[in-house]
Design a protein around this ligand. Structure first.
Ligand SMILES: [Zn+2]
Length: 378
């Protein structure tokens, strides 16, 4: 899902949210204000219930953020860079720029999230119990109590043993530790995810048919789990079939490179028509790569400004582009790329562009992998 709101950087990680997070906050606020809190703490005005509901909705979003930050901080300590954290309607997601090197690291990255939620839940519950004895209004006590229960629920739910849930990552780490094979462990933990995804979807449908709208929520969560575990398993099978193939063996030479200071006008009329490619590496005067630029980005520059705008103004900067050394494993590069048609990885050696690898090449490799014996063994 896309980050539509950016909150800023926390310990170097771009933290943001998708607009659908608002749906979550509103649903939580509505449920608490109209049903849960009037029952748990009767006798307050509807304004008070709504205030408590909205505050709890925001605190749940904050809890999700702390859960994701725990994953990120542990990953960073293990030397794995974290691109971003995105909160949305169904929770949070951290995008890591690499794979853990050992099962032990994989375990701690996965376990840190649920442990944080559990800590938040127990902490919030304990504060509620203590405040209850000091005569603090029941509405505040019950809101904290509810927040505690939700965080414990979040920890338990995330511990279900199937990818992409944290429990699935813990299962994968355990299987990896036992067998020594991270990819086979991922395939097995992926099967757990499929089962959980279908169970949740079925359960949600049954609940929905019996008249409860929360069933729809379960259906959505089940669906997201199935979609993401299917994509992840496909990538794992690709990793297995790519084996020790290096980037050098799979990269190609770009037909055209864009010069960073060239005006968009000149590039589009003189250089781009020489090739059928739609995304280009960008280099500076010394031949050092500075990013990539896609034809659709160039087309968005208004005609009146094409002469004064340079490639530098519209390029996707190097920091946002997947980059590899020719001797890197292709499997590692592919796992950092999206299969989008305008995705272009730059292969760099001694500050020079030595090749490129395209997002669309991944789809080709996936199809080819289906013919290899290694993929059938899974
Ligand atoms: Zn998690």
């Amino acid at each position: 899902m896309k980050q539509t709101i950016r909150f800023g950087r926390i310990s170097g990680v771009e933290v943001g949210a998708n607009w659908s997070l608002l749906v979550l906050i509103l649903l939580v606020a509505d449920g608490l204000a109209t049903a849960v809190l009037p029952q748990l703490a009767p006798g307050y005005s509807s304004g008070a219930y709504w205030t408590a509901g909205v505050v709890c909705g925001l605190l749940i979003a904050g809890s999700l953020l702390l859960h994701e930050l725990a994953h990120s901080v542990v990953a960073q300590r293990a030397g794995i860079p974290v691109q971003r954290i995105t909160l949305w309607m169904l929770g949070g997601a951290s995008v890591l720029d690499g794979e853990p090197a050992t099962p032990r690291t994989a375990f701690w990255i996965a376990a840190s999230g649920p442990l944080t939620s559990l800590g938040l839940g127990l902490g919030s519950g304990t504060i509620a119990v203590l405040l209850n004895r000091t005569g603090v209004p029941g509405l505040i006590v019950m809101s904290l109590w509810w927040l505690g229960i939700m965080n414990v629920f979040l920890a338990v739910f995330n511990l279900l043993p199937g990818l992409p849930l944290d429990g699935g990552r813990i299962l994968r780490a355990a299987l990896w530790w036992r067998s020594g094979d991270p990819n086979q462990a991922a395939i097995s933990a992926g099967r757990g995810g499929q089962v959980i995804g279908y169970l949740l979807t079925g359960l949600g449908f049954a609940e929905w048919l019996s008249g409860s709208l929360t069933g729809l929520w379960l259906v959505m969560i089940g669906f997201v789990i199935i979609t993401s575990v299917t994509a992840e398993s496909r990538l794992t099978r690709l990793r297995i079939s790519l084996g020790q193939t290096t980037v050098r063996a799979a990269m190609s030479q770009p037909e055209v490179t864009a010069y960073v200071a060239m005006p968009v006008e000149r590039f589009v009329t003189e250089v781009a028509p020489r090739t059928r490619e739609a995304v280009f590496p960008v280099v500076d005067l010394d031949g050092a790569p500075t990013g990539t630029v896609a034809l659709h980005r160039l087309a968005r520059v208004p005609a009146t400004r094409r002469a004064s705008t340079t490639i530098a103004d519209v390029q996707r900067p190097l920091a946002d582009v997947p980059v590899a050394h020719p001797d890197d494993l292709l499997a590692d590069l592919v796992s950092r790329m999206s299969p989008a048609p305008d995705e272009l990885a730059l292969v760099i050696e001694h500050d020079r562009l030595v090749g490129v690898f395209r997002g669309q090449d991944i789809a080709r490799l996936v199809h080819l992998a289906a013919f290899r014996p290694a993929a059938q063994a899974t």
